[in-house]
Design a protein around this ligand. Structure first.
Ligand SMILES: *[C@@H]1O[C@H](CO)[C@@H](O)[C@H](O)[C@H]1NC(C)=O
Ligand SMILES: *[C@@H]1O[C@H](CO)[C@@H](O)[C@H](O)[C@H]1NC(C)=O
Ligand SMILES: *[C@@H]1O[C@H](CO)[C@@H](O)[C@H](O)[C@H]1NC(C)=O
Ligand SMILES: *[C@@H]1O[C@H](CO)[C@@H](O)[C@H](O)[C@H]1NC(C)=O
Ligand SMILES: *[C@@H]1O[C@H](CO)[C@@H](O)[C@H](O)[C@H]1NC(C)=O
Ligand SMILES: *[C@@H]1O[C@H](CO)[C@@H](O)[C@H](O)[C@H]1NC(C)=O
Ligand SMILES: *[C@@H]1O[C@H](CO)[C@@H](O)[C@H](O)[C@H]1NC(C)=O
Length: 590
């Protein structure tokens, strides 16, 4: 690419094919995914030279992150739209499912305000709960409103203002059907109008409406969010139809190919300040064996060419991309969140806030997480990361009402994560550790745990003993066997460093060491990343983080006294991104 670039500059200077060559020279090259890690169903809007995208977060909390960028490559986490329990009281703990919660959202800007429309699934008594949040300041969590709720006929709401029709506001949802919405009350016009059923693929969904050159364009996802996924489009002169399907649909897909990036679909289109069109959609980096994709569905960027009166042409999704000239590189974005592709270097100085990119599985119990003089403090939950199956007699142990877990997205194919744990358990079962977590039934854990005196044979003793325990849940063929080893006596009383590393693209390696002596490292377990890929967590993506539990000891929702864990020196370091089965790029790329 570099050589081509200089050749074109030179030829332009010679004045031979001047303008054409310059246009080509000006085209950019970049790598996908641009929002690596679990970021499905991106919806984006450009306002005043800043691009904003929101992605799906299901039951994780805080949810609906808003990322902002000026150059389309560096994305800063600037707020979470759903960031307070009080925005939807009680809803999180009423949700038993692992993949319910906040589905695909749409972000739009209209007359000085940002709107995020979404729907919450999984509360059996309430059906689909539509939500519209708004703010004038997307760089602040607190400024996001409580939602106006509505009762959509289906999922994946789009929000569209028809400026030519008295500014009427429409919601299109899966199907695809259209309703007018009153944004003050959430009232919807009835009955929904069927706009288009797609081209015959499963699940015509994720609709977005655009008005251009006298047409209403309806772009949707089709084929389901797995290997058949695609983007298709139709248009009409009238918002209610009839819609004409484009004869060359789908306009974007990788189905039926051997590409590393699969499941390409569910996207949104927007313009940069120079007027060029771009889109973001989801894709999954699926290796040749199609078993290992722990980051799930990630967000990728593609250029679009959309000439007057013509259908849009979208650049196929690959790891190495080229498209329009990108806006100049800039990290000048307000707010105190990290950039998605940055490493974590968190020392949790007393009184500092919990870093913005760390999330929980549902709303946590109040008081579970704080930053104290001892670091990130986690008060254990009675349920462990698995919980017990939901039953009315033991609801507390389902993990619904506060799992003491905090984590960040795995954002790199190869990475290293470690924390220093200070922990003095007093009651058998008290445990604190690190995990690669996809769902409550798919996770890989390394904990420090207090066990019964005779738990590690063949060394019976009088006192409970402190052990390192590797345990995992999930996987088609069942998880690897647990492994328990005593904490070496010489580590007593000092922090223990717990570490998760990618041994290679397919496996994690979980190790412990005295924080003061990395040479003392003990590899306690290894597990395949297939265990946290798809299956029960096909909509979500892996988080790496820390937890504390008393494994069911205690009563009600409370653990026995003690067992509070303190985590310091939290480090997540990206090492490499794979952009093809046999090609990786190093993390540091400016
Ligand atoms: C530059 O990128 C756009 C968008 O992908 C594409 O349509 C155009 O053909 C490219 N130009 C050249 C000269 O490659
Ligand atoms: C757009 O940017 C200009 C210049 O920075 C600023 O004055 C204006 O308030 C911005 N408008 C919006 C809607 O953010
Ligand atoms: C879509 O399919 C439904 C169910 O078959 C049908 O009622 C509806 O008219 C169709 N919509 C369009 C726009 O063809
Ligand atoms: C659009 O469709 C509606 C409903 O069929 C109809 O009332 C209206 O006249 C149509 N508008 C145009 C511009 O064709
Ligand atoms: C990846 O690492 C795991 C764990 O160390 C090992 O069992 C496996 O053989 C490795 N795979 C390759 C292809 O090297
Ligand atoms: C996990 O998937 C299996 C197989 O589809 C299903 O039977 C089970 O209920 C799922 N478990 C959870 C907790 O969703
Ligand atoms: C979680 O706790 C339950 C008991 O409440 C126990 O049966 C299970 O083995 C534990 N699982 C893990 C992975 O910690």
């Amino acid at each position: 690419m570099k050589m081509k670039f200089s050749w074109n500059i030179t030829s332009a200077l010679w004045g031979s094919i001047g303008l054409l060559a310059l246009a080509q020279a000006d085209n950019s090259t970049y790598y996908n995914p641009t929002l690596p890690g679990w970021h499905s169903d991106p919806s984006c809007a450009q306002v005043n030279g800043t691009f904003f995208c929101v992605t799906s977060t299901f039951i994780s909390f805080p949810g609906l992150p808003v990322y902002a960028s000026k150059d389309l490559l560096d994305w800063k986490l600037v707020s979470h739209v759903w960031n307070r329990e009080s925005q939807l009281p009680g809803v999180s703990w009423e949700t038993p499912g692992q993949q319910d919660g906040m589905y695909a959202a749409t972000i739009r800007y209209h007359e000085g305000e940002f709107y995020v429309i979404c729907e919450y699934l999984g509360i059996s008594s309430r059906g689909i709960v539509g939500v519209v949040f708004r703010t004038t300041d997307p760089f602040s969590d607190a400024s996001w409103s409580d939602p106006v709720t509505f009762a959509p006929s289906s999922i994946d709401p789009d929000l569209f203002w028809d400026d030519d029709d008295d500014g009427k506001v429409y919601v299109a949802t899966q199907g695809v059907v259209l309703q007018e919405i009153d944004l003050a009350t959430g009232a919807l016009s009835q009955p929904p109008v069927s706009l288009w059923n797609g081209t015959g693929g499963a699940w015509p969904e994720g609709p977005h409406l655009y008005k251009k050159d006298g047409y209403y364009y309806l772009m949707i996802a089709e084929g389901g969010t797995e290997l058949d996924h695609s983007i298709t489009i139709a248009r009409s002169r009238n918002i209610t139809g009839p819609y004409e399907s484009y004869e060359h649909n789908p306009i974007l897909t990788n189905r039926g190919t051997a590409e590393y990036f699969q499941t390409v679909g569910h996207g949104d289109l927007f313009q940069d300040p120079a007027g060029n069109w771009w889109g973001m959609c989801l894709a999954t980096r699926i290796g040749p064996a199609r078993e290992v994709y722990p980051m799930g569905r990630e967000a990728v960027l593609f250029a679009a060419t959309w000439d007057e009166g013509a259908w849009p042409v979208l650049q196929p999704v690959r790891g190495a991309m080229s498209g329009w000239a990108l806006p100049p590189r800039s990290r000048d974005i307000p707010g105190d969140g990290p950039f998605n592709s940055d490493d974590d270097v968190y020392d949790f100085a007393a009184g500092t806030a919990i870093p913005r990119n760390l999330v929980h599985w549902r709303v946590p119990r109040e008081g579970t997480f704080s930053v104290t003089g001892g670091g990130l403090e986690i008060v254990p939950s009675r349920n462990n990361l698995t919980g017990t199956p939901l039953s009315t007699s033991t609801p507390e142990l389902s993990g619904q009402s506060g799992l003491a877990f905090i984590g960040r997205r795995q954002t790199d194919t190869l990475f290293s994560f470690s924390v220093d744990l200070s922990f003095a358990p007093e009651v058998v079962g008290q445990e604190a550790g690190v995990t690669v977590f996809l769902t409550q039934v798919n996770h890989i854990d390394l904990g420090v745990v207090l066990l019964e005196p005779d738990a590690i044979s063949p060394a019976p003793r009088a006192e409970p003993q402190l052990a390192l325990r590797f345990r995992a849940e999930g996987g088609a063929g069942g998880p690897p066997a647990p492994n328990t080893v005593p904490v070496p006596a010489e580590w007593a009383g000092s922090p223990i460093r717990l570490q998760i590393e990618t041994a290679n693209v397919t496996h994690y390696s979980l190790a412990a060491m005295a924080a003061s002596d990395p040479e003392s490292q003990i590899i306690v377990g290894t597990a395949s990343a297939a265990l946290v890929s798809g299956g029960n967590g096909s909509f979500v993506g892996s988080l790496v983080g820390a937890y504390a539990t008393c494994n069911g000891a205690g009563t009600g929702v409370d653990c026995p006294e003690g067992g509070t864990a303190h985590f310091g020196r939290w480090r997540y370091t990206g090492v490499a991104q794979y952009i093809a089965a046999d090609e990786s790029i190093p993390k540091a790329r400016g």
